[in-house]
Write a protein that binds this ligand. Structure first.
Ligand code: CMX
Length: 134
């Protein structure tokens, strides 16, 4: 793993939280993108080399809706940049980490992604992400 690529924060309202985080950071988000498969609408802020991803649920059965219902708004996942996502998935699975998807999936911001179950990572949902090959 190379660095923290982004930190995902679950929010109830993207509109309200975009305003709040713009005040906090002193700059606006650079992108809004929906990921239909995950039932989320996201906004990205750039923080040096790291991004902050705000996640709003777009349907009541999504992972973000469940998360907010159980735990309220807050840090949802930490995403780490990797060079070779398949190699990293194989490495981590062989070490006993539980992959939540067996194949890399397309994620927001031009990434291929894989999640690791928080039960196998000390309660923190981990995402691996790699730039989509051009
Ligand atoms: N971080 C830490 N723990 C989490 C969590 C999170 N983000 N989400 C759920 N959990 C916990 C639950 O609280 C629960 O803990 P307890 O057993 O102590 O109550 C445990 O994980 C298992 O929860 P579950 O109810 O069995 O499973 P869920 O249906 O809540 O699913 C998870 C949890 C992580 C497997 C599911 O959310 C998932 O597959 N996530 C990956 C996809 C995702 O998060 N997509 C949204 C982001 C998309 C994007 O970034 O674009």
């Amino acid at each position: 793993m190379k660095k923290i690529e982004h930190i995902g924060i679950a929010v109830k309202s993207l509109e309200t939280s975009n305003e709040l985080f713009a005040k906090l950071f002193g700059k606006e988000h650079y992108k809004i993108e929906s990921v239909e498969r995950e039932g989320v609408k996201t906004a990205f802020f750039m923080m040096g080399e790291t991004k902050i991803e705000l996640l709003e649920s777009s349907n009541e059965n999504s992972a973000i809706a469940k998360f907010i219902e159980k735990r309220g708004e807050g840090v949802h996942h930490i995403a780490y940049a990797v060079d070779d996502i398949l190699a990293e998935m194989h490495r981590l699975e062989s070490l006993g980490f539980q992959l939540l998807n067996k194949e890399p999936l397309p994620g927001a911001d031009n990434k291929l992604i894989c999640f690791l179950h928080p039960k196998t990572t000390n309660g923190v949902l981990v995402e691996l992400c790699m730039d989509k090959p051009i």
